[in-house]
Write a protein that binds this ligand. Structure first.
Ligand SMILES: C[S@@+](CC[C@H](N)C(=O)[O-])C[C@H]1O[C@@H](n2cnc3c(N)ncnc32)[C@H](O)[C@@H]1O
Length: 396
């Protein structure tokens, strides 16, 4: 029996190595390995399927995961998710609690499901996925380990119901996967508030397939059961409608959500939050719909001063949501020109060129929570005029 979190982490690393997964500290090393393992046809096939998955329908998504499950490909591909497995796997393992019957929805090739089943032989696990090739890999791996407390079911929850009854449902990276979806816009460029339009909410839930997935998962979750979910919902435009979809189905926060950060090849991913939910009806914790505390430079309108160093540096620059507060604090603000544009789907952008106490500024805000404030000296105002035009050209 493994007890400490260090022991569980070590066990997870040994287990990932058993899958043939490697951890890379540099992208160069990863791609060198990938070049050794993949032929140019493999790379072409993958690129084609990634593109079809991005632009196509559920059949294209299934075809992508079937391809990724090929034994020649998955160790290299899923090594990109090494730190994700650590981050999500260890957190989830720490929350399996008293649950006896656990469903891992969208288990893929079963990397995490099998890890949990090995760690907790007294619990029963069911992994569900709609990629039959992924489940074939999962079954083979579970058999190799001689596990008796795990089984897999091929179900597409978009088209079929789930059966059974579970104390815990785990769904990670499977509920909100439509990365190109803009989510729910704020009511106007002036606010981060989304308003409460049931039709907009329903449209979001339906177009990304969230409604049907959540409804079917809720049906197999025991009344006293828990749900663990974590998705790519860091942006407010996705986080707010996702949280509302959970709340609408009676799911509440059992603990404060944790933000998830890990490195994949070529980027540091800010995912999450990681939610632990129940339906106990003692909702002590509120859903947070505010922008996160960001890394924007604090703004003091009385302390903007000519930079002694690099003349190319703006006097103040903020590309985070807190740029809105900084813009609101500008003193003696004089607008030189401003434009607000609205696209047919309701998206709005606002660009504003102005003066404040002898400095020149550019402020830009849109309904997808992007904010930008740049302040420069009078002599450098042409640079802001160029940015201003660029922002408007980029919004069609
Ligand atoms: C990004 S992978 C995540 C795998 C795993 N949950 C993890 O966290 O590593 C998403 C998986 O969800 C599965 N999936 C997506 N929609 C599904 C649906 N409607 N029914 C069953 N499986 C689905 C896909 O086939 C794929 O294997």
């Amino acid at each position: 029996m493994l007890c400490s979190s260090d022991e569980i982490r070590t066990a997870l690393r040994e287990y990932l190595a058993w899958w043939g997964l490697r951890h890379f500290s540099s992208d160069r090393e990863y791609f060198a390995w990938q070049r050794q393992q993949f032929s140019s046809e493999d790379l072409q096939q993958l690129a084609l399927h990634v593109e079809r998955k991005r632009t196509g329908d559920r059949r294209d998504e299934i075809a992508f995961y079937d391809l990724a499950a090929q034994p020649r490909l998955y160790p290299v591909l899923y090594s990109q998710r090494y730190e994700y497995y650590e981050e999500i796997g260890l957190r989830t393992a720490a929350h399996l609690g008293q649950a006896k019957e656990v469903l891992d929805f969208g288990c893929g090739i079963g990397v995490l499901t099998i890890f949990y089943a090995r760690l907790f032989p007294e619990k029963n696990f069911v992994g569900v996925d709609r990629s039959s090739a992924s489940l074939a890999v999962a079954q083979e791996k579970a058999d190799k380990l001689g596990l008796r407390n795990i089984r897999f079911e091929c179900v597409d929850v978009e088209t079929e119901s789930l059966s059974g009854s579970y104390d815990l449902v785990v769904a990670t990276h499977v509920l909100v996967q439509a990365e190109q979806d803009h989510g729910l816009p704020s009511r106007s460029w002036r606010t981060f508030d989304r308003g409460h339009s049931p039709s907009q909410q329903l449209s979001f839930e339906r177009r990304i397939g969230l409604a049907i997935r959540l409804d079917r998962l809720c049906r197999v979750l025991n009344q006293s059961g828990r749900m663990i979910v974590s998705e790519k919902t860091r942006q407010l435009a996705r986080r707010v409608p996702f949280q509302r979809a959970l709340a609408k189905r009676g799911l509440q926060l059992a603990e404060r959500p944790a933000l998830i950060r890990y490195r994949t090849v070529e980027e540091v991913v800010d995912d999450g939050p990681f939610y632990v939910l129940d339906r106990k009806g003692e909702a002590a914790l509120n859903w947070d719909e505010d922008p996160e505390q960001d890394q924007g430079q604090p703004f003091d309108p009385d302390a903007v001063s000519t930079s002694a160093g690099d003349v190319d540096m703006p006097l103040y620059e903020n590309h985070w949501p807190s740029a809105q507060t900084a813009w609101e604090q500008l003193k003696d603000r004089e607008v030189i020109r401003e434009t607000t544009r609205q696209a047919a789907d309701g998206r709005q952008v606002h660009a504003e060129r102005g003066r404040s106490r002898g400095w020149q500024y550019l402020y830009c805000a849109n309904t997808f929570d992007q904010r930008q404030l740049v302040i420069v000296e009078e002599a450098r105002s042409a640079m802001l005029d160029e940015y201003y035009q660029e922002i408007l050209r980029g919004f069609t």
